[in-house]
Design a protein around this ligand. Structure first.
Ligand code: PMP
Length: 400
């Protein structure tokens, strides 16, 4: 057929990706039922979900959410479409309710610092929009080497200079600050608080100390911490008492809050600036009413999910210990437990065997993680019991 040669490059690339054992394909999950998911005909324990509190599949919670729907609020509170960008007609009053609620929750732990919230359509939109807006050519962004792709892409879009510091190596970060701070007007330190593929946590107090000492801004992505950490569920900033010192805090509704979207908590001036300059906010359709209503519904109950958080973190500590005791390689201290298997083809074999044995786990390979550190990422959720997962370390040990 005419023009087929146009695709030869891509066919060759796909072949190369397959040879490298890093081929990806879209997996179809059929039924999600609490801690279980049906995949390829089997009902497996879902250990690959970011629904950390189990809210996205909590039938009682979902029923009580939709229980308030009637003819009068069907469109404005439960409608599927917002019809346009927030800057045009998509900025429903639910946005101000949600941002007001977020602002007051974070102001409650910010020690008097002025804080306001801004909601984006997703975490990817937020990170791409924030960095490309707040930094530009001639600025410097210091980024943890394991930061998420959305942070990296935001920095690329900004055209600022990016210096990567080794993961959690704040000694090296300080050296870079000492060497380079003087040469730039705007400097921003960018980190996740809980790292998505390693399950370890940033030392926010140390970062605040550096930020103050060198007079730079601090950005923290709490995507994997919000909902899971803190008495109120507000994340690592709550646990480490850093909420009032982080210049730009970002977190997502797509993980522990069980839906879609992201929020940014920041100084009112930065919020105002983002509304004017964040292209991903300006040029993309606003979230639908139903999602905004759910986000508010869940946030209002966040403090009440404390027993779920405590249960999840206890289970995680026990499982991580058992992985290490079995002689397997792991890192971190949170509900995300990586089991480093190293080589791509072994990782693919291990995950296939684990699926065979009833666990929904996928191989995590480059470029998601650095070369040579392929892994099985066990992502625990609050409904999982110890008996569901206790055999995993010995199964992995038994695989060549
Ligand atoms: N930041 C981090 C650390 C993430 O892990 C993710 C999602 N994997 C995002 C941002 C993007 O969030 P979203 O899925 O809402 O686009």
């Amino acid at each position: 057929m005419a023009g087929e040669h146009l695709y030869t490059f891509y066919e060759n690339e796909i072949r190369r990706i397959k040879d490298d054992d890093t081929y990806r394909f879209l997996k179809t999950l059929e039924v999600r039922d609490g801690k279980y998911a049906t995949y390829m005909g089997g009902r497996l324990i879902n250990l690959s979900s970011n629904d950390y509190l189990g809210l996205a599949t909590d039938r009682d919670l979902i029923k009580s959410f939709y229980g308030t729907m009637d003819e009068s609020n069907m469109v404005d509170s439960f409608g599927p479409g917002s019809t346009s960008s927030r800057l045009l007609t998509g900025n429903h009053s639910l946005y101000s309710d949600l941002e007001g609620l977020l602002g007051s929750l974070y102001s409650g732990i910010a020690g008097g610092a002025k804080r306001e919230a801004l909601v984006f359509a997703s975490g990817y939109h937020a990170n791409a929009g924030i960095f490309s807006a707040i930094a530009g050519e001639g600025d410097l962004i210091l980024s943890d080497s394991l930061n998420h792709a959305s942070i990296i892409d935001g920095i690329r879009l900004s055209r600022a200079r990016r210096e990567t510091y080794p993961h959690l190596d704040y000694g090296r970060l300080e050296e870079i600050l000492r060497e380079m701070r003087g040469g730039y007007d705007k400097v921003i330190i960018a980190t996740e608080s809980v790292f998505s593929m390693d399950g370890d946590a940033a030392d926010l107090k140390k970062l605040v100390e550096l930020k103050n000492a060198y007079n730079v801004m601090l950005f923290v992505d709490e995507a994997h911490a919000a909902g899971v950490f803190g008495e109120k569920g507000l994340g690592m900033c709550e646990v480490q008492g850093a909420a009032g010192d982080i210049d730009i805090l970002m977190a997502t509704f797509g993980k522990a809050l069980g839906s879609q979207g992201a929020w940014v908590v920041t100084h009112p001036v930065i919020k105002d600036f983002l509304v004017n300059r964040a292209r991903t906010l300006i040029f993309s359709t606003a979230l639908p009413p139903v999602v905004l209503s759910w986000n508010k519904f869940v946030l209002e109950r966040m403090h009440a999910f404390r027993p779920l958080r405590e249960r999840l973190l206890m289970l995680a500590a026990r499982f991580r210990d058992s992985v290490i005791q079995a002689g397997l390689l792991s890192t971190g201290s949170t509900h995300i437990i990586p089991i480093i298997t190293g080589d791509n083809s072994r990782t693919v074999r291990v995950s296939a065997e684990l699926q065979e044995r009833g666990f929904l786990l996928f191989p995590i390979r480059p470029p998601t993680v650095p070369k040579g550190t392929s892994r099985i990422r066990v992502s625990l959720t609050a409904g999982i019991e110890w008996e569901d997962i206790e055999k995993i370390p010995s199964i992995i040990r038994g695989i060549e």
